[in-house]
Design a protein around this ligand. Structure first.
Ligand code: PEP
Length: 260
């Protein structure tokens, strides 16, 4: 199910790293080094760095993202940040349901669903992260887990509401572990995700949906992953903090990239 309509997207996830000065320097390097990249580029930074990085990226095609949000627009939710605050700080997108949030902060599919709604209402591009644990893969439950995360996370929307949505397939066993899914494993999961989305919201929406792979993406493996027909980009954690390596990832080379 390949499509020429899907512009590749490489997104960095800085997680809870970098000072403001380091954030500014890295954002500057990404901005300056990303000319002529084959796809779109985004960096998802800590909340505290959104405003300063927005200033650096002003006028650049590099998109700015947050890493999470609260689903309410405002109110007595000490410690939380709303979609409109993220937008106001200069971001255009946000990660939702990263496996670290699901695993360490008990984020449920019901909360994920509300967060997607809030992001869309604030005109932020939601990047919905889904993926199975090693235990689930070994028990042959990968497809079942992905299906539930998609059905519950995307419950109650119309396909037109979901036009900006991006999905990141991130097998939990591959995140931050140095164990990458093989290109065939990634393609198999991405095709399943696209077919499930097609069943849920129609072929037209699903064929335009961008599905990123995340999990120990490096300069060494990005080209083979991006060569798969249903891999439309990458969500990059650790390697997005290393300027030279991240710029090599951003300038991935693949026959699929050339076709798009
Ligand atoms: C991530 O943070 O989404 C991620 C995939 O991390 P890493 O690239 O370090 O595995």
């Amino acid at each position: 199910m390949s499509s020429n309509l899907r512009k590749p997207l490489i997104a960095g996830n800085w997680k809870m790293h970098l000072t403001l000065a380091e954030s500014v320097a890295l954002a500057r390097t990404v901005k300056e080094g990303s000319a002529n990249a084959p796809g779109e580029i985004a960096i998802c930074v800590p909340f505290t760095a959104l405003s300063v990085v927005a200033e650096v990226l002003k006028g650049s095609p590099v998109k700015l993202g947050a890493q999470d949000l609260h689903w309410e627009s405002h109110g007595a939710y000490t410690g939380e940040i709303s979609a409109s605050q993220i937008k106001d700080a200069g971001a255009q997108m946000t990660l939702i349901a990263h496996s670290e949030r699901r695993r360490l902060f008990n984020e449920t599919d019901a909360a994920v669903n509300k967060k997607i709604k809030a992001a869309l209402a604030a005109q932020l591009i939601p990047v919905l992260c889904i993926g199975e644990t090693l235990e689930e893969r070994e028990a042959s439950r990968t497809f079942k887990v992905l299906q539930t995360q998609l059905e519950e996370g995307l419950k109650g929307f119309a396909p037109t509401d979901l036009a900006p949505l991006v999905i990141a397939y991130e097998p939990v066993w591959a995140i931050g572990t140095g164990k990458t899914a093989t290109p065939d494993q990634a393609q198999e999961a991405h095709l399943f995700i696209r077919k499930t989305c097609s069943r849920l919201y129609g072929e037209a929406w699903a064929s335009g949906l961008r599905i990123l792979y995340g999990g120990s993406v490096t300069p060494e493996n990005v080209d083979s992953l991006m060569s798969q027909p249903d891999v439309d980009g990458a969500l990059v954690g650790g390697a997005s903090l290393k300027p030279v390596g991240f710029l090599r990832i951003v300038h991935f080379q693949s026959p699929a990239g050339a076709k798009r």
